[in-house]
Design a protein around this ligand. Structure first.
Ligand SMILES: [Mg+2]
Ligand SMILES: [Zn+2]
Length: 96
């Protein structure tokens, strides 16, 4: 599934509820789920890590929908298939 299709699907299911909740509370859910991911990483619970990553991604998609942001377009602009700092296919930047 393309990112764009996933974003559309999440919008069909949740957009109405996302609007009711609002942008700031949706952002709080991203923070909450990120806390759950941190806990799963601390426990080294790989199954939960996968689930929490899915949760975070879905909430990020909801937030993007509230701002009418096309995630696929944004990702392709920032991550065009090579490192935008050094221009290499496999990053050789040293300063990070
Ligand atoms: Mg969760
Ligand atoms: Zn680089």
């Amino acid at each position: 599934m393309e990112i764009r299709d996933f974003q559309r699907m999440i919008g069909e299911i949740y957009y109405r509820r996302d609007v009711e909740r609002g942008k700031e509370k949706t952002m709080l859910w991203i923070v909450e789920e990120t806390g759950e991911l941190a806990e799963a990483v601390r426990r080294n619970d790989v199954k939960s890590i996968g689930e929490e990553i899915a949760d975070i991604f879905a909430w990020i998609v909801s937030l993007a929908n509230l701002y009418n942001i096309d995630i696929q377009e944004e990702v392709e602009k920032k991550y065009p298939g090579y490192c935008v700092r050094c221009g290499e296919k496999v990053c050789v930047c040293r300063s990070v």
